[in-house]
Design a protein around this ligand. Structure first.
Ligand SMILES: [Zn+2]
Length: 112
C-alpha cells in the first residue's frame, strides 16, 4: 500500500463530497485504518498534508483509528479479527489465514 496514493484518494473523496454539499473548510477527517493494511500512519499523515495543499481539505487534521482486519482460517474456517498478518488462528493455531478485509475507510468529515 502506498501512503501517498491513499492520501490522494482520501482528499479526492472529500473534494467530491464538497462538490455535492458545498463547504468552505474541512476541520477533521476521521479515518479507520485496518491493522492489516500495511499503511504507516506517519507516512499517511505526511502524504495527506501534501495531497490536501491548495484544496478545501488544506489544514484539516487527519484522525487515524486503527482497527483489526478480518481473516478466515484456511484450516478450521474460524472467522476472526486479526491484528497482524503473522498472527496464528486462535482456534486451531494454524497460520494459513486468508485476509477478507483491511478496512481503509473515511468514517466522518467535520466541516465548517
Ligand atoms: Zn483455525
Amino acid at each position: 500500500m502506498h501512503e501517498a496514493a491513499l492520501a490522494h484518494t482520501i482528499v479526492e473523496l472529500i473534494r467530491e463530497r464538497a462538490r455535492a454539499a458545498p463547504f468552505k473548510h474541512v476541520k477533521v477527517v476521521h479515518l479507520t485504518l485496518g491493522a492489516l493494511a500495511e499503511v504507516e500512519a506517519d507516512a499517511l499523515s505526511f502524504g495527506f498534508v501534501t495531497a490536501a495543499r491548495g484544496t478545501v481539505v488544506e489544514g484539516a487534521t487527519l484522525q487515524i483509528e486503527r482497527v483489526p482486519g478480518d481473516a478466515v482460517c484456511a484450516e478450521c474456517g474460524a472467522r476472526r479479527p486479526l491484528e497482524s498478518q503473522h498472527e496464528p488462528c486462535g482456534a486451531c493455531g494454524c497460520v494459513e489465514l486468508s485476509i477478507t478485509g483491511t478496512h481503509e475507510l473515511v468514517t466522518e468529515v467535520e466541516v465548517s
